[in-house]
Design a protein around this ligand. Structure first.
Ligand SMILES: NC(=O)C1=CN([C@@H]2O[C@H](COP(=O)(O)OP(=O)(O)OC[C@H]3O[C@@H](n4cnc5c(N)ncnc54)[C@H](OP(=O)(O)O)[C@@H]3O)[C@@H](O)[C@H]2O)C=CC1
Ligand SMILES: CC(=O)C(=O)O
Ligand SMILES: [Mg+2]
Length: 523
């Protein structure tokens, strides 16, 4: 019954559906019109989220036709920030299974279990442990909507065909005692094991996934920071794999920085960059900026010297004894401080990036101090969801007298200040990972590397029109996201071919090939 009222008279007769459907035979557009009416009548976005997920189960075509009819409106509902509320309440709002639910006790049987998935040609798996969902911390099995939503964006934002997408929650347990005590919690009521045991579980999962779905690309999403970093290092040269929180986030942040610097007329190599938050997103972005600075002629040491990290223990400097391998290369000779304003005074950043999960961390003092030594501060409070943003765009514009160039992880409305209107950007990795997916599908590369994400960043930045740059806009408009990501995917695919990483024959017209792969909702 997946087409509902769109079944033709002939189909109804041949499939034995006569009398089981209302008389009118409707087009997909007419069905979308009705869905939009239902959505408009819902009291809030979480109800719209629940409705849309039910629709994705009952009529996938109608679901994608609806979301793709107005991405700027619906991406924030099926994904960030509404998905945060869905995750917090998942055990309670749960209706029916979507994707797969694996747990650590299946470790010896992952292959057998994965074979239960009805589709044999799975091209992408998005897998999360729920260990760090957005800025919400460890919420275990409540994180299950994240891989579902991420993969829905592969299709909605880049046209990757939905049949080959498999979201998985890999349940290793949760540190969240309140959830474990919730009667409606849907996951294992156990603490996660030590890192070595996590690695053994994920090793077994990766082996099984590649055996059952040869050539599958595995996208890691929202693992606890150190798991995320360690597992990416473990698999990046062995499997077709990437971590969106590290590489996708780095790419979208770089895209925003490239555009901001074009607006400022400044070079990346001249910037001083301060990160509040030094976890998987922070060190991932920092590493990619180092690569991009090297592309502008700096040595690795010179590039790293232009970047400072600040985490829960304060400014990362040479005296710190608690640093991990990703943070150590950014430990410089700073005066120790646990005060972010003090760190800003020392470093005099031109770019301030928030990936701390701490809402309000960019106080008035932090932002005003930055603005004292920087003519046009670039301020990216990237933590999700909305209440975790390190400051709001309104605050950033107000405290800098309208000088800041701002992008957040979630959408924020335009701001009017002293008669001027400002347009904060949305630096969210959804500009990147669907396009990477499409490029991977087109080229079947041997491995996924950082250069692909740097190319995606540059392609995204190049698509901000001059008219929009003149308005201080840092990202391409979302109502045209499908075209934008196809263009990004084409650029990434070209670079994969040029660097000899593709396993398929190079086609003359890569754009046409990308378009031919692309899914369009229709019956
Ligand atoms: N916009 C986007 O596209 C994306 C946004 N994000 C957001 O970035 C945030 C961080 O993600 P991720 O890096 O993966 O998470 P992690 O848990 O790996 O890192 C969080 C970091 O913030 C630090 N931190 C915690 N409290 C403070 C504080 N008071 N002051 C300064 N630093 C602090 C932590 O320090 P310690 O480890 O010592 O506790 C850690 O270094 C999340 O909110 C996430 O939603 C992530 C990916 C994409
Ligand atoms: C957007 C995203 O991937 C995150 O906040 O984790
Ligand atoms: Mg994420």
């Amino acid at each position: 019954m997946h087409k509902g009222t769109a079944f033709t008279q002939e189909e109804r007769a041949s499939l034995g559906l006569e009398g089981l459907l209302p008389t009118a035979v409707e087009t997909l557009d007419r069905q979308v019109e009705r869905v939009l009416g239902h959505l408009g009548a819902k009291p809030n976005d979480i109800e719209r989220f629940i409705y849309l997920q039910e629709l994705s189960n009952s009529n996938q075509t109608l679901f994608y036709a609806t979301v793709m009819s107005d991405p700027a409106r619906f991406v924030p509902i099926v994904y960030d920030p509404t998905i945060a509320e869905a995750c917090l309440t998942y055990g309670h709002i749960y209706r029916r299974p979507q994707g797969m639910y694996l747990n650590r006790h299946m470790k010896g049987r992952f292959e057998e279990v994965l074979r239960n998935w009805p589709v044999k040609e799975v091209r992408f798996i998005c897998v999360s442990s729920g260990g760090r969902i957005l800025g919400l911390g460890d919420i275990g099995a409540n994180g299950a909507p994240i891989p579902i939503g991420k993969l829905q964006l592969y299709t909605a934002c880049a046209g990757v065909p939905p049949e080959g997408l498999l979201p998985i929650h890999l349940d290793i347990g949760t540190t969240n005692a309140a959830l474990r005590a919730d009667a409606l919690y849907t996951g294992l009521r156990e603490e996660p094991p030590e890192p070595d045991a996590v690695d053994a579980i994920v090793d077994a999962f990766m082996k099984a996934a590649n055996a059952v779905f040869p050539g599958v690309c595995v996208h890691f999403e929202d693992w606890k920071g150190d798991d995320a970093i360690r597992l990416l290092e473990r698999y990046r040269d062995r499997y077709l794999v990437y971590n969106d929180d590290i590489q996708g986030t780095a790419s979208v942040a770089l895209a925003g920085i490239v555009t901001a610097l074009q607006i400022k007329g400044a070079a990346l190599a001249d910037q001083r960059i301060l990160f509040a938050g030094a976890g998987s997103a922070g060190t991932g972005i920092a590493d990619m900026i180092v690569e991009a600075m090297r592309g502008e002629g700096l040595s690795e040491g010179e590039a790293r010297a232009r970047i400072a990290l600040f985490d829960i223990g304060g400014l990362i400097e040479k005296g710190r004894k608690d640093l991990n391998a990703s943070q150590k290369p950014f430990a410089h000779d700073w005066k120790p401080t646990e005060d972010l304003t003090d760190a800003v005074k020392q470093i005099r950043p031109t770019i301030l990036i928030g990936v701390s999960t701490v809402g309000g961390l960019f106080t008035e003092a932090v932002v005003r101090t930055m603005a004292r030594t920087c003519e046009r501060p670039v301020i990216f409070p990237l933590s999700n969801p909305t209440e975790k943003a390190e400051c709001t765009p309104e605050q950033a514009y107000e405290w800098t007298g309208g000088k800041a160039l701002v992008a957040c992880g979630v959408p924020f409305p335009d701001v009017t200040l002293d008669g001027r209107t400002f347009h904060p950007g949305q630096a969210n990795n959804f500009y990147i990972f669907p396009a990477i997916g499409l490029a991977v599908q087109a080229t079947k590369p041997k491995r996924i590397d950082d250069a692909m994400f740097i190319e995606a960043a540059r392609a995204t930045a190049d698509q901000v029109s001059q008219a929009d740059r003149d308005k201080g806009m840092l990202f391409p408009r979302q109502n045209n996201i499908l075209e934008t990501e196809r263009t990004t995917a084409t650029r990434v695919a070209e670079s994969i071919f040029e660097r000899g990483l593709a396993t398929v024959k190079r086609l003359t017209d890569i754009r046409a090939f990308i378009e031919s792969l692309s899914y369009t909702p229709g019956y």
